[in-house]
Design a protein around this ligand. Sequence first.
Ligand code: PLP
Length: 438
Amino acid sequence: MTTEHPKLNLERSEAAMAAALKVIPGGVNSPVRAFKAVGGTPPFIATAKGSRITDIDGNNYIDYVGSWGPLILGHAHPNVVAEVARVAAMGLSFGAPTTAETRLAERICQAMPSIERLRLVNSGTEATMSAIRLARAATGRDLVIKFAGCYHGHVDSLLALAGSGALTLGRPSSPGVPANVTANTLVARYNDIEALEGVCRQRGSEIAAIIVEPVAGNMGVVPPQPGFLQGLRQLCDSCGAILIFDEVMTGFRVAWGGAQSLYDVRPDLTTLGKIVGGGMPVGAYGGRAELMSQVSPEGPVYQAGTLSGNPLSVACGLATLEVLSAPGSYQELEKRSARLAAGLAAAFARGGLDVYSTRVGSMLCSFFSQLPVVDNDSAGLCDTGLYGRFFHGMLSRGIYLAPSQFEAMFVSLAHSDQDIDKTIEAAEATVAELQEEQ
Ligand code: PLP
């Protein structure tokens, strides 16, 4: 834990935090923004454009948080802003169907063939909550399997902690979640298919769904090991459970068709968010037509939303996907992300720091650990204090990373070669500073 680098003036942010703390718990509307994992005061952001964000003290940073994933084009892309402004002038919300919702749904279905029909909701949390409900309804079963270290939003039944062991009964990870809600959640070890085989043999007929981040992005970035996702597909097929890929983060991020196209595994249901809203509140869940036909009003599974399919969110998502669909977008993201990852790894190696690096497309992570990170237990071995010092060294040099070891670094199409060079230089300087401190 450390304080900000002396070079960074955050006077106004400090005052803003003091004011916020009086009226907002922790001063923030989502916990990780409070910098509890790295210490110090979060810069309050005033404006953003392209790869850059500027705080209310006038500090300018190259941003690798990208609003936690949605901003794959960078901030305030002119096409996206123009489209949202155009649509806003025609009415903010109708609570009635619009043709744009169908266009967004069509676009998503084309990109991800496992999604034959989908429902738009307002957040990733709503998407996973609704997908779980649908899976339970469709199977007539209650049990859900999730993986330790995977995050699916703050859905009661998924706020479940693992016990010690490869597969355990979930315990509530937050007060307010009844134990009898997580009693229907089993928590398994990511990348460990063997433990699941046993439970599928014993309790297969009780399992409604297995939900997984096909590339885990909420314990750092942990790629699936070869065969893991395929194994989940086979287990679900053998016990008649629904396989849910939570692609809220990976959808349109690791590939146009999401992680399911990258690893060639077809889930029954997929949840989306982030990029499909381009920075406005959106979520979506979809899958096989026959499953989705069970959703109200076509079927009995209730799910609704006052602002679902909101015109501004839909316009923002459509405009974002339009720009992103240009030929070469993913090659460009891959090229820049690979160069950044190589530069960072070289900086850590030169400075003699033990860092285990992972990357899937434009999702990167530098784990401050000597050992490979393949699951939540190995992620837990990271030196989070050292990450905090690295984080603040980077922030003071104008590089805005996630304020937690266990988050991804997102590269966007707005990150230029110069941005990447500057980031690598900042990493070199920060690593040298850390070495001096030791
Ligand atoms: N699923 C995944 C994989 C996520 O990364 C997140 C949020 O980060 C969610 C679900 C929840 O989405 P939201 O924060 O929009 O509710």
